[in-house]
Design a protein around this ligand. Structure first.
Ligand SMILES: C[S@@+](CC[C@H](N)C(=O)[O-])C[C@H]1O[C@@H](n2cnc3c(N)ncnc32)[C@H](O)[C@@H]1O
Length: 253
């Protein structure tokens, strides 16, 4: 029986063959890669990936779709909520770092990105289909209106690049928003700063984005006894990622 897309699982299936080819080309799968696909659905990306590498691990929450996928040879099907999956254990099983891909359910795309941030050292790269607006925020540079918490918290750990725009007509059912494929490559040497502390600092800085930092971050810093020379006469959107990280290191010590 044909599968009816389930809204609660954010199901929008890719149907445009030329676009699927372009996405697979952008991912550039190679035999021997330890690849994990999040949300394989009906297999639009899964089958072309499987033609290039085996085994392929897929994580699917929808029980009916997972059951169908289990019939395919070369697939390791994990029927689970991706937010509960331990990617460090998957990398250990394969004894290599993972390449993670997926046309993500948009309703939980930010929690998925933050969940994966916890496993960054076990990852070679990530390619995800997301709302175009989210990709723009992820990749934004200081000074742009899209630059914010998401940009800083992800660019701190990854090099981020938008690689392909994908219009709604490429999906069934079409989403109400434009989409894009983003490439995320972990930085080789992440700075030794506590993610939770940086998260708090950045949240405080962007809590009043139109005001100067002395009204937002300034208060947070003085509560921690900070007496350094960080320039608070700016707005958060003007501060480069590296300066936020350096400040978090200073606050910690
Ligand atoms: C946007 S669809 C993409 C389907 C397919 N990859 C494609 O491109 O046609 C998102 C997929 O993620 C699955 N999904 C939704 N929430 C999930 C979760 N929390 N964990 C794992 N998979 C999930 C959905 O069932 C669906 O198959």
């Amino acid at each position: 029986m044909a599968h009816i897309a389930r809204k609660r699982f954010g199901q929008h299936f890719l149907t445009d063959a030329a676009m699927i080819d372009a996405i697979i080309d952008a991912i550039a799968p190679a035999a021997g890669d330890a690849m994990v696909e999040i949300g394989p659905g009906l297999g639009a990306m899964t089958l072309p990936l499987l033609a290039r590498l085996q085994p392929l691990t897929v994580i699917e929450l929808d029980r009916d779709l997972a059951a169908k996928l289990r019939k395919r040879e070369g697939l390791q099907v994990i029927e689970s909520d991706v937010l509960k999956v331990n990617f460090a254990a998957l990398a250990a099983e394969r004894a290599q770092r993972l390449r993670v891909v997926g046309n993500l359910p948009y309703n939980i795309s930010t929690p998925i990105l933050f969940h994966l941030l916890g496993f960054v050292e076990h990852v070679v790269d990530q390619h995800f289909m997301l709302q175009k607006e989210v990709v723009e925020r992820m990749a934004a540079s200081p000074g742009s209106k899209d630059y914010g918490r998401l940009s800083v918290m992800l660019q701190w750990r990854y090099q981020i690049e938008s690689v392909l725009d994908v219009p709604p007509e490429c999906f069934d059912p079409p989403p109400r928003v434009d989409s894009a494929i983003v490439r995320m490559i972990p930085h080789a040497l992440p700075p030794a700063v506590d993610a939770a502390l940086l998260g708090e600092l950045v949240a405080s800085a962007f809590s009043q984005r139109r005001k100067l930092l002395r009204h937002s971050l300034g208060v947070w810093l003085s509560q921690r006894g900070y007496q350094g020379s960080f320039d608070l006469q700016r707005r958060a959107e003007e501060v480069p990622v590296g300066e936020f990280v350096a400040l978090a290191l200073e606050v910690r010590t």
